[in-house]
Design a protein around this ligand. Structure first.
Ligand SMILES: NC(=O)c1ccc[n+]([C@@H]2O[C@H](COP(=O)([O-])OP(=O)(O)OC[C@H]3O[C@@H](n4cnc5c(N)ncnc54)[C@H](OP(=O)(O)O)[C@@H]3O)[C@@H](O)[C@H]2O)c1
Length: 358
């Protein structure tokens, strides 16, 4: 088959053997594949492929169709449209992938868009929600926010109910980033400090002074290091970290085992069904009753009055508006409750917009 091969620090089109599938592997005919910073680093010789994946063919994410289902794993049939994060080898006509890593492509995604989704959005979801524990109401700074991972992160952080500050150094990219996440505050790097303090800083750029951002953390804030393209060594004034009781976290997806990658894929897979089930009307109704009870018992509304409530929620389930009125005598009490659905309900892939995916 044809494949892009890494040669002398660059890429060239060449030939590679057809993939041989083990029992639980599916052969996927690749229709589109993402190009990531890691591919360029691999070509330069600074980021080798993890064991078990082709080390001379780049490509970390695929979109395609199942050509040959696995012999010992069920769930996929020939012709199914699938996408996946892989350890390498995506820039080829075919690849053998463990069945557990595959995610169905939503109908609304074309192949190009699907090929730009898995790596960036897995990284964003895993980093912000699973590693840094972003909660509704957190203030989150994303550096390098105009890139593939950055544009995923500002959408995921918004879905998680965070107040997002997107740091974009090129002025010409600001409008496009704002269009992706209208609720986010888009700033230049020199405006990051004045827009803090932050609960979480997602560091996608790196560089020797990137950990100065520890000073802009709120107590118990976290710096999540994901990308270090501008330099992988940084100095940190340790007292700044101590003062905020802060944490510096780091994460990569590529180096993870197949089992760990499969866990991420599973979170992507059932998301649509789960988000509808968990955010069910009965759950909201129970929550509204509980809120009304708390308001009555806490003195916000008069005991014995005919307090009534109504609940509305927007397309994004993070925001619930509750309106409580007291019998015939308003004033209405109006407040916004942010409901932590993100722990259990990853966003639906089709609700995200993939940018930089060509
Ligand atoms: N840990 C993981 O699992 C993981 C997974 C995926 C990616 N990554 C890493 O995360 C980083 C971002 O990935 P990506 O796919 O989003 O890359 P990308 O699409 O190339 O985006 C990088 C972004 O950073 C900006 N940038 C670069 N240098 C900058 C600087 N000195 N100051 C301010 N902004 C700067 C770029 O802005 P301009 O384009 O305007 O210059 C761009 O918006 C990369 O280093 C990548 O290797 C890590």
């Amino acid at each position: 088959m044809r494949a892009v091969k890494i040669r002398d620090g660059g890429f060239e089109l060449g030939e590679a053997p057809e993939p041989a599938a083990d029992g639980d592997q599916v052969v996927v005919r690749i229709r589109a594949a993402g190009l990531n910073a890691a591919d360029l680093q691999q070509a330069r010789g600074t980021y080798p492929a993890p064991p078990g994946w082709p080390d001379d063919i780049p490509g970390l994410e695929i979109a395609g169709v199942v050509e040959q289902p696995a012999r010992t794993a069920s769930g996929w049939a020939a012709g199914d449209r699938v996408m996946a994060v892989v350890g390498g080898g995506a820039h080829a006509e075919r690849i053998a992938v463990p069945a557990s890593l595959l995610v169905p492509i939503p109908d609304s995604f074309d192949d190009l868009r699907a090929a730009g989704f898995p790596e960036a959005f897995s990284t964003a979801w895993d980093g912000l929600v699973d590693q840094a524990g972003v909660r509704p109401g957190d203030r989150v700074l994303v550096t390098g926010a105009a890139g593939g991972v950055g544009t995923a992160m500002i959408q995921v952080a918004g879905l998680a109910g965070a107040d997002v500050v997107a740091s974009v150094h090129r002025a010409e990219s600001h409008a496009a980033v704002r269009a992706l996440a209208p609720d986010a505050t888009v700033v230049t790097p020199d405006q990051e400090e004045e827009n803090g303090p932050y609960d979480v800083v997602a560091e996608l750029v790196g560089g020797k002074d990137c950990l100065r951002r520890v000073r802009w953390l709120k107590p118990y804030g976290r710096i999540l290091v994901i990308g270090v393209g501008a330099g992988e060594e940084a100095s940190l004034r340790l007292f700044d970290l101590m003062r905020v009781r802060g944490r510096v976290l780091g994460s990569t997806i590529r180096a993870r085992s197949t089992v760990e990658k499969a866990a991420l894929a599973t979170r992507e897979k059932g998301c649509s069904a789960r988000s509808r089930r968990v955010v069910s009307r009965s759950r909201w109704t129970a929550f509204i009753r509980w809120s009304r009870h708390r308001m009555l018992t806490s003195g916000w509304a008069r005991r014995g009055s005919s307090a009534r409530s109504s609940c509305r929620w927007s397309d994004r389930p993070r925001r619930v508006s509750i309106v409580v009125g007291e019998g015939h005598a308003p004033p209405l009490i109006f407040f916004i409750v942010r409901w932590d659905v993100t722990r259990r309900t990853p966003g639906r892939p089709e609700s995200f917009r993939v940018w930089n995916s060509s």
